[in-house]
Design a protein around this ligand. Structure first.
Ligand SMILES: Cc1ncc(COP(=O)(O)O)c(C=O)c1O
Length: 398
């Protein structure tokens, strides 16, 4: 079906996810990494179970950080030994549920987190200690290497630290260093990952811990809500391989097993948002195009100044088109998807297609704000629709 046919069949606002684009992204990222590096898909980027299954079926493991993402991973058929449970401030209950559901790999972010895991695990589990080292590259969003709620400051770990001692059923198995997202520049990305692997080396030498797994994090960049392609990292494979050879001889034989994580790179390009123009008007000299998708559908966190600036740009529009404000239907002036989008002569009823919204789209938005129905989502494989659904926000008694 074409995008117009999908809009007519399912209505708008409508997310369309293309499985062939997901498979292409997995293949591209795998080819950009040194052979033997294990790849985790960060489910937070898009927890749609059909996408998660497609990613997992192409050999990628999953990184989850909540009970909801655990449920998605299970329903997508991903086994517990292919699942890494991460995140700060996990509760005892969620850890116990994850262990019960078969998860055997965790990232712990503090001694308290490790102690809760040890208390919750009634069967042996392995954990990585998340480290915060030095900051390097210009990144979209920095998690560690600066003051943050994430990880343990690497410099604070001396010989034989408490957090690296086996406790109950919880066994230390290595390090986790996710430090930044959206590192567009290849040299900067290599610098970020190299700094991470050297931070881990220093901590291993100082503490005496020999990691079985070394999760270096990620930062693989992709466009958000504007036309364009994912970054390509042609020199990363050789460059990262060299850095690993020098700091971690033996890694090619799996000592340690090296891993990286990616959310947006694998799914961003797969998603297109279809939205219908509901009104077109002028206010104090500026043109407004009002659509049925606002920050309840896309870019909710950018509305909060939290993620990427709202700069949605519909595809297939001439650059010469005059700039308009692309606004949503919510009764708040904050409901703006772009302040200067190019849209050629938009008419009420036109359907606009906003590309590259497969990551941090619907579930990163203000779904319940102002009570509009949640946008529908369809998954297509080639020309065939393989799934159509709509999330709902409902209240139940407790
Ligand atoms: C621990 C961790 N892993 C992976 C990711 C995914 O980042 P991205 O979607 O930019 O690849 C994040 C993003 O916040 C994260 O915090």
């Amino acid at each position: 079906m074409t995008l117009d046919e999908l809009a007519r069949e399912y209505g708008t606002p409508l997310y369309v996810y293309r499985l062939d684009a997901v498979r292409r992204a997995v293949a591209d990222l795998t080819a950009a990494l040194p052979p033997g590096v294990r790849l985790y898909y960060s489910v937070k980027a898009n927890p749609h179970p059909v996408l998660v299954r497609a990613v997992a079926d192409s050999g990628v493991d999953v990184e989850i950080s909540s009970p909801g993402e655990l449920a998605v991973a299970r329903s997508a058929g991903v086994s517990g030994d292919r699942t890494l449970y991460t995140g700060p401030a996990k509760t005892s209950a969620e850890l116990a549920d994850a262990v019960r559901a078969g998860v055997r790999w965790f990232s712990v972010e503090s001694l308290a987190d490790r102690s809760r895991l040890a208390a919750a695990a009634d069967t042996p589990v392995d954990y990585l200690v998340r480290l915060s080292g030095r900051a390097t590259a210009a990144a979209g969003l920095r998690m560690t290497g600066t003051a943050s709620q994430f990880g343990v400051d690497a410099d604070t770990l001396g010989p034989d630290p408490e957090i690296l001692r086996p406790t109950g059923n919880a066994r230390p198995a290595g390090f986790h260093l996710f430090s930044a997202t959206m590192v567009r520049d290849e040299a900067a990305l290599l610098d970020e990952l190299s700094t991470n692997l050297r931070t881990a080396r220093k901590v291993a030498d100082r503490t005496g811990h020999r990691p079985r797994v070394l999760d270096l994090g990620g930062g693989f960049a992709a466009p958000f809500a504007t036309p364009g392609r994912r970054e390509r990292y042609p020199a990363l494979r050789a460059g990262l391989g060299r850095e690993l050879d020098s700091a971690w001889p033996g890694w090619r034989d799996g000592y340690p097993q090296v891993a990286v994580e990616s959310g947006r790179y694998l799914v961003a390009e797969a998603g297109i948002l279809l939205t219908t123009v509901l009104d077109r008007k002028y206010s104090f000299g500026r043109e407004y195009v009002l659509c049925d998708a606002g920050v309840n559908v896309l870019g909710g966190m950018s509305g909060l100044g939290r993620l990427l600036a709202p700069a949605a740009q519909p595809q297939d529009q001439p650059e010469s088109a005059p700039p308009v404000v692309l606004a949503g239907p919510l009764c708040t002036p904050l409901d703006v998807l772009a302040r200067t989008a190019r849209v050629a002569d938009p008419a009420v009823g036109d359907v606009l297609a906003i590309p590259n919204v497969g990551a941090y789209g619907l579930t990163a938005s203000l779904l319940a704000f102002l009570g509009r129905p949640v946008a529908a989502e369809v998954v297509v494989d080639g020309a065939a629709v393989v799934d159509a659904r709509r999330l709902t926000v409902t209240a139940t008694g407790i």
